[in-house]
Design a protein around this ligand. Structure first.
Ligand SMILES: Nc1ncnc2c1ncn2[C@@H]1O[C@H](COP(=O)(O)OP(=O)(O)OP(=O)(O)O)[C@@H](O)[C@H]1O
Ligand SMILES: [Mg+2]
Length: 212
C-alpha cells in the first residue's frame, strides 16, 4: 500500500508522522520502505542520525526525483512517502499513484486554508474515479481543553467534505519535537507517555489490520 503524507503548508507535521509511522510499522514486523521527496530531506536526515547513533531498526530512506510514480508503484510492501511543497512535481507524481493520503493539519485558519488548496492539487492530479482515500487529523492540538481551535479546525475539515477525519489527534508536545532531533520514534523515546499513547491510537486507526 502506498501511503503519502502530505499537505501544502510547512511545519504541519508530515515528516514527524512519516518517521514515526515507519518505525511503528517496523516494530510490528512490517516490510516498510520510506521515500523522501522533499528537497529539505528531513526524513533522510532523521534516518542518518539514527544510523550514526546505531539505533535499531535502521530506517532506509530513498531519495528520488525521477520516474517517481513508476518507482513507488513497483513495491508490494508498505510504502511511506514524505512530500513537501518544495517539489510539486514529485508531490503530484506520488499523489497520482497513492492508495491514500494522510494529511496532518495544525489547528489554525491558515492551515485549514492550505489544506483546502491541497485538495485542489489532489483534484488536478487524480480524476474522481481514481482519487486516493483522503485522511486528515489534527496535529499540534492544544493540550488545554478550554482552547477551542482544535475542535473548530476539525469541524472545518469535516465541512470540506472530502476527508475521512480521524478523531485521533496528536497534541503539541515537546516529545514529538524530540523525535526528529534525536532520530527516535515516540515509542523509543518514552513508551508509556501520553504522546506515545496518542500516536499508537492514530497508527491503529490508520492500519487497523496490523496488530503485532
Ligand atoms: N505534535 C507535535 N508537537 C510538537 N512538535 C511537533 C509536533 N508535530 C511536529 N512538531 C515539530 O514541528 C516541526 C515541524 O514538523 P515536521 O518537520 O514534521 O513538519 P513538516 O510538515 O514535515 O514540515 P516541512 O513542510 O517543513 O517539511 C518540527 O520541529 C517537529 O518536531
Ligand atoms: Mg517535512
Amino acid at each position: 500500500m502506498i501511503t503519502v503524507i502530505a499537505n501544502l503548508k510547512g511545519g504541519s507535521g508530515k515528516s514527524t508522522v512519516a518517521f514515526n509511522l515507519a518505525i511503528w510499522l517496523k516494530a510490528k514486523g512490517q516490510d516498510v520502505v520510506a521515500y523522501d521527496l522533499d528537497p529539505q530531506q528531513t526524513l533522510s536526515d532523521v534516518a542518518r542520525i539514527r544510523k550514526e547513533d546505531g539505533t535499531q531498526p535502521e530506517l532506509d530512506v530513498m531519495v528520488i526525483d525521477q520516474s517517481v510514480s513508476d518507482v513507488l508503484s513497483a513495491h508490494s510492501c508498505q510504502v511511506l512517502v514524505d512530500v513537501g511543497a518544495g517539489n510539486m512535481d514529485a508531490m503530484k507524481a506520488a499523489i497520482s499513484v497513492a492508495d491514500r493520503i494522510i494529511v496532518p493539519v495544525p489547528p489554525s485558519q491558515p492551515d485549514v486554508w492550505a489544506t483546502q488548496r491541497f485538495l485542489q492539487v489532489v483534484n488536478e492530479v487524480s480524476d474522481s474515479s481514481a482519487c486516493p482515500e483522503l485522511i486528515a487529523f489534527i496535529n499540534r492540538a492544544d493540550t488545554h481543553h478550554a482552547v477551542r481551535e482544535s475542535d473548530e479546525a476539525e469541524e472545518a475539515l469535516i465541512m470540506l467534505g472530502k476527508f475521512r477525519v480521524l478523531p485521533d489527534r496528536l497534541c503539541q508536545r515537546t516529545s514529538f519535537r524530540r523525535t526528529l532531533s534525536e532520530g527516535l520514534s515516540i515509542f523509543e523515546l518514552s513508551e508509556k507517555s501520553k504522546s506515545a499513547e496518542e500516536f499508537a491510537r492514530l497508527a491503529d486507526s490508520l492500519y487497523p489490520g496490523i496488530t503485532n
